[in-house]
Design a protein around this ligand. Structure first.
Ligand code: IPD
Ligand code: CA
Length: 281
């Protein structure tokens, strides 16, 4: 396995290729969404929907990424990868959600997005999230800033919780978990500027990165839901941790990348929200 060069310019040109793949995958999703027949919906679990479109888009993304980093592994939500070129000694892994916001997709709603991250062992090198409804591509690579369609983005400077605009997520495993959003809504209602549940975690992390929201909170996500968006948010000056571990290091045993808990903020709201979570847990 030959390591890829990690100079800023090499990573930037690799990122440009990933952006092009994410945009083409997004075009596929747009086409499928326009003609989507709800009879095609399948169930992966309780209220956990999927369709042929998720698998088709994932196969396309894997086929396009495979030659970019020879031997790299794939960690994908729909587990379609049949690529035999993966090299056991490779330290590189593509982490892919072909359609984040599948429930939005099947109901012809936005946001829904493509999410692609490249991890090398102990660090994330590239994150790209393309949201099809607003034609917004968010991206960053190691050593660079974070961007939305070519414009630099930054997490918000809001320090006043009274004006914080906060996104919550509802995990699929409703039967197993006490419903954190229910308790958080009760605890936060009247204390903050507003709350939303948009249904596409990767896009929502990028909305925090772009300063539209101050925070995004959820439990029991998949690594593909959080890898690219969490990286982009940190590159934009935000903070991403679990509810209890204060470190953002993805090598921690209890890391946000394992996505058992996701507390993602503009940084300023982190302790306020952590306290609110602890009050209801
Ligand atoms: C889901 C979305 C949603 C979140 C769920 C995820 P999917 O991913 O990110 O916002 O609340 O927990 O599973 O299934 O649409 O890729
Ligand atoms: Ca998905």
């Amino acid at each position: 396995m030959t390591p890829i060069a990690q100079s800023p310019s090499t990573l930037q040109s690799l990122m440009q290729e990933v952006i092009s793949i994410a945009r083409r995958a997004g075009d596929m999703i747009r086409t499928e969404q326009a003609g989507f027949d709800k009879a095609q919906i399948e169930m992966k679990g309780h209220h956990d929907y999927v369709s042929y479109a998720d698998r088709k888009v994932e196969e396309f993304i894997v086929s396009q990424l495979t030659p970019l980093v020879p031997g790299a592994h794939f960690l994908t939500e729909e587990k379609t990868q049949k690529d035999k070129s993966q090299d056991e000694t490779s330290t590189y892994t593509w982490i892919i959600d072909p359609i984040d916001g599948t429930t939005n997709f099947i109901h012809n709603m936005s946001p829904c997005c493509v999410s692609i991250a490249l991890r090398n062992d102990h660090e994330i090198l590239i994150g790209v999230v393309y949201e099809i409804g607003l034609d917004e591509c968010f991206y960053s690579c190691k050593g660079d800033k974070a961007y939305l369609n070519g414009q630099e983005i930054h997490a918000s400077s809001c320090t006043d919780s009274n004006h914080a605009f906060i996104e919550l997520g509802l995990p699929y495993m409703s039967a197993k978990e006490p419903c954190l959003p229910e308790y958080l809504i009760k605890n936060l209602y009247g204390k903050i500027g507003g709350m939303r549940l948009l249904g596409a975690c990767a896009a929502e992390l990028c909305y925090v990165a772009a300063g539209r929201f101050e925070a995004r909170i959820e439990e029991n996500l998949g690594v593909w839901d959080v890898a690219a968006g969490g990286f982009i948010l940190m590159q934009a000056g935000g903070r991403v941790t679990t509810f209890y571990n204060e470190s953002s290091d993805i090598n921690d045993e209890d890391s946000w990348l394992d996505a058992k808990q996701l507390l993602a903020t503009n940084g300023h709201m982190h302790e306020f929200i952590r306290t609110c979570i602890q009050e209801v847990r």
